[in-house]
Design a protein around this ligand. Sequence first.
Ligand code: NAD
Ligand code: TDX
Length: 375
Amino acid sequence: MAKSMPPIADLLDNRQRILVTGGAGFIGGAVVRRLLKESNAIVFNLDKMGYASNLTSIKEVIEELGDTYQSRHYLQIVDLTDIKAVQKAVRIADPDLVIHLAAESHVDRSISSPDVFIESNIIGTYNLLKAVRSNFEQLSQKRRQQFRLHHISTDEVFGSLENEGQFSEITPYYPRSPYSASKAASDHLVRAWHHTYGLPVVLTNCSNNYGPWQFPEKLIPVAILKAIAGDSIPLYGDGLNIRDWLYVEDHVDALLLVACQGTLGRSYCIGGYSEKTNKDIVTTICAQLDKHYPDSAPHAQLIKQVTDRPGHDRRYAIDSSRISSELGWKPRHTFEEGLARTIAWYLLHQDWCKTVNQKISYSKKRLRKQKLTLC
Ligand code: NAD
Ligand code: TDX
């Protein structure tokens, strides 16, 4: 039976110094905002400030809360591949809790440029584990007892499903893209540091997130922004690949529950109870935009099938029963509510999207080569 979400300050208990890696990204930003708004913890936000990073949302929260709260957010501009910088940042943060979200996260980029995924996601996690272990071993007994490192991973490590079945914590790993292989490798390193060195860790594997402030290269923001602009909305392959969608704030609930109350050494699968084909997603977005902009309706005429993503996983689906029964988590938003909020947010933040889009520098060659065909 799902319980309601406990207050975050209660969940954290005596953990006052929180190191969030990737806190300038989409999900990390949502975690940092919740920690600032709903607890008194000091947040060390370690991020390399790459193309997907943006601090606008955090600055807005700091302004909303008043100047004094600024002293609870410390940005550490550090690349996890730089071991010396990581060691220094961890020493300064001296954390009671580490929430590790930093990673290169876009599958299409991992296909065209895998190097940075291997470096950031595998070597970066390795460096973080080394630095955190060394700091952990110097903590007082009291602080060691409450210390945890929470590693955030993805359902993609499990591979691809056909029509039946769901991923769970006992599904064998079978990653099939450079991104998912690099995340799988990092999961293995985290477990190894737990079993070999006794580092207190918890892990989560989550399905597709969506919501405000997501970098506009992932399906939902791409579809919204292309439709508003009257541009073609690219739908890979037959559009029948299935993802299980979760509103980002519901993921943050799950992450904070697992970080503070999950059983050490365990992993938890997190899903949205919301399996949809990509075609459903883009047609639903278009139908919503028809209501906002009736003059440009039907937006669905913009949907174009394009060449498929190489090695495109067919279906992801998650069995969330462990996190639900052990920790009482369930999503608070239906897909319809979450999508409506997300569309409304992107309609209001088109300038932000334009600004961050200018940062995109990766080769779009593969996408440009795709021949557009009518859906
Ligand atoms: P994102 O790309 O929006 O943000 C990732 C952040 O990590 C960025 O700010 C980036 O600069 C930072 N980063 C990357 N490499 C780094 C490095 N070497 N050193 C320091 N910082 C670095 O990604 P997101 O969607 O917020 O995903 C966050 C985490 O959640 C990732 O680990 C991802 O694998 C995982 N995840 C994401 C989803 C999803 O749907 N977005 C689903 C499941 C799991
Ligand atoms: O333009 C597009 N057209 C399209 O059809 C884009 C960007 C995507 N797609 C398809 C590919 C996928 O089947 O939509 C689906 C979702 O694609 P993405 O938004 O790129 O997400 P995905 O590849 O499923 O991975 C996401 O979920 C798991 C995150 O990017 C990962 O970080 C997370 O681990």
